[in-house]
Design a protein around this ligand. Structure first.
Ligand SMILES: Cc1ncc(COP(=O)(O)O)c(C=O)c1O
Length: 475
């Protein structure tokens, strides 16, 4: 028999809310599973299990039954970012205030494109982004917008940089497309920058070849000498650096480029200065760690991923800009959404975004920060940095391993002496297949390496010892 669909439309009256509470309890209970970062089901068995369920049966079933089934098929065979052996990626466990606020976000379903779909939401998002700009030391003109991730934030930043380069020529690139001069436009970043920079250049019609990669030092930070040399080469070739990107927390080594010096070069060359702080943006919360971000206040734009070291569920990222008026470079008026004739104070955030409908992710960040407070967030971060340094010291003293570079934030990247890329692949894949460890594997400057990324503030020094022992045994 079909369930009564009327029971499933979310309403905020007593009946609607009590339906939601009992369903939520059931959904939460379905998450219970044995220890371990993942099950040991083979890819084929997992495929069989998931594909054997009918997506849309002719008649529906009890919600409790469906949720229970999800527990058995989906959640039992997912990865568990809260397990200390889940150390491959920038993939964090999440925090209770954010997770329960996710439920409220979904149930209330505010849409962040226009004020008339999210009046209080618009104010919350603005309040959060202005606070973040202030935390960076930006002037009062600093503000921003939430995006779906670091990739989206970087693409948005490069969209602004491209429009700004055209605007200086008196052109509107959004209207007329790329001008002839764009053939000479270049974007500079280090060889350790995230691949989303290339993706942005490709999407913006500049092409991946427009990204000029600056060599990094052995530690992984951008070499300022190479940057100077690259800028001099570009000038000789009559090519124009329209943007220079520094990374604060590179994806593999977690290192922070010298922001002040890179920013100075960007200013001297009239280039947009973007800081990709997707990883280390959270350092702003810690008095001890934030000194490493010196110079972030001079950026034209900054990417910060809340769904990394702020432990938010996906998605939650922000692009902060130094001057909120720069968003005018993107604005496309629409008759139904953003007419520009609203009562003062009714801000339509669609004008700042590449999305139209958009989730109200800002509120879960606010719920988290208000519950934990800056000090707790800072100690969680500092613990992870300590843990990573400890792992680095243990790896460095082991005769079997060699650090690719000293740890700089939450990643510890190391080679196994005498092992090649295939051997490392074997180690990583076997641990993954048996469901014992989700270990990272990468290649840095041609060196095949394994990687621990410590994202779980509950992880201990004993956990680190255990992980190293497991890898050693696997060799
Ligand atoms: C430095 C850096 N920037 C950007 C990104 C992209 O972030 P997202 O996966 O949220 O798109 C990552 C992802 O790891 C990253 O490490």
């Amino acid at each position: 028999m079909n369930p009564n669909w009327r029971d499933f439309v979310v309403t905020v009256d007593e009946r609607g809310l009590s339906t939601l509470v009992s369903a939520a309890t059931c959904a939460v209970e379905s998450l219970a599973r044995p220890r371990g970062p993942r099950s040991n089901l083979t890819p084929a068995a997992l495929h069989e299990l998931i594909w054997s369920t009918e997506i849309c049966p002719e008649t529906g079933r009890e919600l409790t039954e469906v949720l229970h089934e999800l527990g058995q098929t989906v959640w039992s065979h997912g990865v568990v970012p809260s397990d200390p052996a889940c150390v491959a990626h920038l993939h964090p466990p999440t925090l209770v205030p954010a997770v329960v606020t996710e439920l409220a976000i979904a149930a209330s379903n505010q849409s962040m494109d226009s004020w008339d779909q999210s009046p209080s939401g618009t104010e919350v998002e603005l309040h959060l982004l202005d606070w973040l700009a202030d935390l960076m030391g930006m002037p009062v003109s600093g503000s921003g917008i939430m995006t779906s991730g670091g990739t989206a934030s970087n693409v948005l930043a490069m969209t602004l940089a491209r429009s700004w380069a055209a605007r200086r020529l008196g052109l509107d690139v959004l209207k007329t497309g790329l001008p002839e001069q764009a053939r000479a436009w270049r974007i500079l970043c280090s060889d350790q920058a995230h691949f989303s920079v290339q993706r942005a250049a490709a999407q913006l019609g500049l092409g991946r070849d427009a990204v000029i990669v600056v060599t990094s030092e052995a530690s992984g930070i951008m070499s300022i000498d190479s940057l100077d040399q690259t800028l001099a080469n570009l000038a000789e070739l009559h090519l124009e650096p329209i943007a220079i990107i520094a990374t604060a927390g590179t994806t593999d080594l977690g290192v922070i480029d010298p922001l002040e010096e890179v920013g100075r070069r960007a200013r001297d060359h009239g280039a947009w200065f973007h800081v990709d702080a997707a990883v280390a943006g959270a350092f702003l919360l810690s008095e001890n760690l934030r000194t490493q971000l010196k110079g972030i206040d001079t950026a034209d734009s900054v990417t910060v991923d809340f769904h990394k070291l702020w432990w938010q569920p996906f998605n939650a990222s922000a692009l902060v800009v130094r001057d909120v008026d720069q968003f005018e470079l993107l604005r496309v008026k629409s008759n139904y959404l953003d007419r520009g004739d609203e009562i003062e104070g009714m801000i339509n955030l669609v004008g700042r975004s590449l999305d139209t409908s958009r989730r109200f992710d800002a509120v879960k960040v606010v719920a988290t920060l208000r519950t934990l407070g800056r000090e707790s967030m800072a100690s969680m971060l500092e613990h992870l940095v300590d843990l990573t340094n400890y792992a680095g010291a243990r790896i460095a003293e082991s005769p079997q391993f060699e650090l690719v570079a000293p740890p700089a934030s939450v990643m510890c990247v190391f080679e196994v002496r005498g092992a090649n890329g295939d051997d490392l692949r074997g180690i990583q894949q076997r641990l993954l297949a048996r469901g014992e460890m989700v270990l990272g594997r990468t290649e840095i400057k041609g060196r095949a390496a394994l990687k621990f990324t410590f994202m779980n503030p509950l992880a201990t020094y004993d956990d680190v010892d255990r992980l190293i022992a497991m890898v050693t045994e696997e060799i």
